[in-house]
Ligand binder design. Structure first.
Ligand SMILES: NC(=O)c1ccc[n+]([C@@H]2O[C@H](COP(=O)([O-])OP(=O)(O)OC[C@H]3O[C@@H](n4cnc5c(N)ncnc54)[C@H](O)[C@@H]3O)[C@@H](O)[C@H]2O)c1
Length: 313
């Protein structure tokens, strides 16, 4: 892709910062609207600021009054942790629904020549769980918790705004991402941090819940592939090549740390509304030439060795 104007939101979060890094390396101009919540990586922002092509706007997308000029608006900004949404869903409704509504209104205020392509990062969780087989993008949305309900609502807003106001969009529904420098509330970094400190990891229920794992750099490649070669006003699923029960992820981490399995993790009460399995049919994306390249075990070993806890203090 030639040099583009990228308006990124939530570009200091886990996936967003890897996307920004890749865009800066490719010579794109990046404006990053990020309110800098607890999960934002302040150190990454300092690194990005050394690039003359980078600008950070520390603002809430729900209060944004002006949309800087851009070719693409890539929206990563969201509250993203299911457990937090079960404890209190207000900020999830505010950022994940009202924030998207605000962005859509700003896009539609532009002339069709000036409006960016709205690339919205969504999740496999909008479909709810599936015991066998894979979800396709025409399946109904049956979210199981407040987080996924707000993400499903945002997807619906975008589809409605496209039909009524003619905005151009892509929705990207991805499975669980893993990789370097992820905030330590999610399964892999949280468990690795506890094991590194000699504490057992905490496993929801019996750990039988299946998740598909997608390396964050494979996700970034998928998003860029869709931006470059995807069909507009289309939803794309992005699946990893590896599906594992959570207990198996913990076993593999324990092996990396050399901790016997009976000391590596303990069971804690299961999450309310826990989804048993997510799985996506991503054949339309693979037809564009994308496939995941990173090896789960090799990348897991790198994450286990990394001590990036201080990035978030
Ligand atoms: N992490 C995953 O495994 C995963 C999987 C599928 C989809 N997603 C989706 O991808 C997107 C990014 O996820 P992530 O894991 O990088 O999230 P994250 O929680 O690590 O980061 C979110 C970022 O958005 C910013 N932000 C939050 N609310 C904002 C607001 N109202 N205005 C401006 N900035 C705001 C935060 O400061 C933070 O930097 C989310 O939309 C999430 O739903 C994530």
């Amino acid at each position: 892709m030639n040099s583009k104007l990228m308006l990124v939101t939530g570009g200091l979060g886990f996936i967003g910062k890897h996307f920004v890094k890749s865009c800066l390396a490719a010579g794109h101009f990046v404006t990053n609207v990020d309110v800098v919540n607890y999960a934002a990586d302040r150190l990454a922002n300092e690194e990005f600021k050394t690039h003359s092509n980078y600008r950070h706007i520390p603002q809430d997308i729900a209060n944004l009054s002006h949309l800087p000029e851009s070719d693409f608006l890539v929206n990563f900004a969201a509250e993203s942790h299911v457990d937090n949404s079960i404890a209190d869903s207000r900020q999830f409704c505010q950022s994940n629904i009202i924030g998207v509504q605000r962005l859509l209104e700003l896009v539609r205020a532009k002339s069709s020549r000036e409006a960016p392509l709205f690339v919205h990062i969504s999740t496999d969780e909008v479909y709810g769980d599936i015991a066998s087989g894979r979800h396709t993008t025409t399946d109904p949305l049956r979210p199981s918790n407040p987080y996924s309900a707000t993400k499903a609502a945002a997807d619906m807003l975008i589809i409605g705004w496209a039909r009524t106001y003619g905005i151009r969009y892509n929705i990207v529904r991805m499975t669980n991402n893993y990789g370097p420098c992820q905030y330590h509330e999610k399964l892999i970094p949280k468990s690795a941090l506890r094991m590194r400190r000699g504490l057992p990891a905490l496993m929801h229920g019996d750990g039988s819940y299946m998740r598909s794992w997608l390396h964050v750099e494979d996700s970034v490649d998928a998003i860029l592939t869709i931006m470059e070669r995807g069909e507009h006003n289309t939803i794309y699923n992005v699946h990893g090549d590896i599906e594992l029960p959570n207990v198996e992820v913990l076993r593999r981490l324990a092996r990396i740390f050399g901790i016997p399995e009976d000391k590596a993790f303990i069971a804690v009460p299961n999450r309310v509304g826990q989804d048993v399995r997510y799985s996506l049919d991503d054949s339309p994306l693979r037809a564009l030439g994308w496939k995941p390249k990173r090896d789960f075990d090799a990348e897991l070993a790198k994450i286990a060795r990394e001590d990036d806890f201080k990035r978030f203090l």
